[in-house]
Design a protein around this ligand. Structure first.
Ligand code: FAD
Length: 464
């Protein structure tokens, strides 16, 4: 059931942002200011970049400009799976960067560990828990993929266990599960808005100046400096870190590398004790199923279930609009899938439903680059797995601005770009055909049609 039994129906506000102690926005930039480093974007990418810049050099003056409010974008709307993977899962990393998957996995694990350290050091109350993650098979054809993933992960030293149907149901009790893989240390769950607000506070304490409701309209390049134009002011900066996610890219080239894809989420009301007991879930792992169109779900601090994914919706012309945050058809499908997954919770109400934009690129993990003679560096393209990887991205962006080769800047992942998307109408047609083919593959025991096989051969295939 979507809605409350006798209340006004679910809230359209993302659950994470709907908290009584959400900070009030800071005033917008007015007049002219200067900084050594300007950061554009107040999501995880921008916040980590600003904070890491101050950690590296407390004397550096850093200013962060956010067009709306901190965490307004994907950062405040996501599932809160904070994964070690930098490559949108190991199998995608193996396909894209077979020669450097071992260092990428090592750097990813180190990044996740350092996120935990930073959360403790700055005293951020955000329910960060190293629960691990359970990948479940809900169709027989998915079992082979899980076994292969478990082998790959074990070979790289990850703590994973392959579970049969009984074992996986003993973790989380759903009649749909046929098997699973429990990655015990590769993922944490977190309240993403509280993490972002905590990073905001840490940035302010470190001396970062933050302006909210300050969209950067243009970047002007003079000889030694860049000037960011905003509605009521200017910010002159020696260097700029662009971390604006999927939104109207300020650099023309980014329009070809990323497309905004909408992802949708439901949140239940808190489960009662008997309801939770009917599922088990004592280890509180994040769960993802293994179809091409996959769902992800997890518990919150007060034992609600967040349930999202499945439909990934692209709107013609790379459209982004507030009205698209709501999609009743997808919410109804998600509610139906939720009931199939947990029939023992039949009738539970959903209190929140929302959508958000994912900065999707054709290789499904972040890419990086510089512009304006090396005075600007950017990161984009996390494709739905940037909660953890965005801190790594912040370090890469700062290394690129420093201009000296480092372990990070020498990675193939950092030196190469994804294949660009074609312009419309080919863009919408290609994405539509891929979506249709993936859904068909799920219905046909994972069989990949000619189009998907051609994408696989071109290195553009998505295997969840
Ligand atoms: C529904 C959903 C579920 C997801 N689930 C997960 C998950 O479970 N795990 C995971 O790892 N990832 C998930 N993601 C992806 C994850 O949220 C992002 O990868 C991550 O938050 C990185 O954010 P970001 O800072 O790069 O972008 P955003 O959070 O989108 O931040 C970009 C910010 O830049 C600002 N901005 C844009 N243009 C300008 C401008 N011109 N001037 C000033 N400011 C500007 C925007 O207002 C925005 O606040 C999910 C995303 C969605 C939408």
């Amino acid at each position: 059931m979507i809605g409350t039994s006798n209340g006004p129906g679910p809230s359209d506000i993302p659950y994470w942002l709907d908290q009584a102690d959400a900070p009030n926005p800071l005033p917008p930039l007015t007049g002219t200011e200067s900084a050594d480093l300007a950061v554009i974007g107040g999501g995880f990418s921008g916040l980590w970049t600003a904070l890491l810049a101050k950690e590296r050099d407390p004397a550096r003056s850093v200013c962060l400009l956010e067009g709306r409010k901190i965490a307004w974008g994907g950062t405040g709307r996501n599932g809160g799976f904070c994964a070690a993977s930098l490559t949108h899962r190991l199998s995608n990393g193996f396909d894209r960067f077979p020669g450097e998957i071992a260092p990428l996995e090592r750097l990813g694990r180190q990044n996740l560990f350092e996120i935990g350290q930073a959360i403790s050091r700055y005293g951020i109350d955000c329910d960060f828990a190293r629960t691990g993650e359970l990948a479940v098979a809900t169709a027989r054809w998915q079992l082979d993929g899980l076994a292969e993933s478990a082998d790959q992960a074990s070979a790289l030293g990850a703590d994973v266990a392959l579970l049969d149907a009984g074992q996986v149901r003993a973790q989380v009790n759903s009649p749909t599960y046929l098997g699973g893989m429990w990655d015990r240390d590769g993922c944490a769950t977190v309240d993403p808005a509280r993490l972002a607000w905590g990073l905001r506070r840490a940035c302010l304490s470190a001396g970062v100046r933050i302006y909210e409701h300050t969209p950067v309209l243009a970047i002007d390049s003079a000889r030694h400096r860049l000037t960011l134009r905003t509605p009521a002011g200017h910010l002159r900066a020696d260097q700029v870190a662009l971390a604006a996610g999927a939104f109207a890219p300020l650099l023309r080239r980014l329009r070809y590398y990323i497309v905004p894809v909408y992802d949708y989420v439901l949140m239940t009301r808190p489960l009662t004790r008997p309801q939770l007991a009917s599922i088990g879930w004592a280890n509180r792992q994040g769960v993802g199923d293994s179809g091409n169109q996959f769902h992800y779900y997890r518990l919150t601090r007060d034992n609600r279930i967040l349930f999202g994914g499945y439909d990934a919706v692209y709107y013609y012309g790379s459209k982004i609009a507030a009205a698209l945050d709501q999609r009743p058809r997808t919410f109804a499908a998600l509610a139906d899938h939720f009931n199939t997954t947990f029939p023992q919770l039949d009738g539970i109400e959903f209190t929140h439903r929302w959508g958000g934009v994912i900065d999707t690129c054709s290789r499904f993990c972040a890419f990086f680059g510089t512009a304006h003679g090396g005075r600007l560096s950017y990161v984009a393209g996390y494709t739905g797995l940037g909660v953890g990887a965005s801190r790594f991205g912040g370090n890469v962006v700062l290394d690129l601005l420093a201009g000296q080769p480092t372990e990070l800047t020498e990675l193939e992942m950092v030196r190469t770009k994804p294949v660009p998307f074609p312009p419309e109408p080919l863009r919408a047609a290609g994405i539509g055909l891929t979506r249709w083919s993936l859904a068909r593959s799920d219905r046909n025991d994972g069989h990949r049609n000619l189009w998907l096989r051609a994408l696989d051969r071109a290195g553009l295939g998505f295997d969840s």
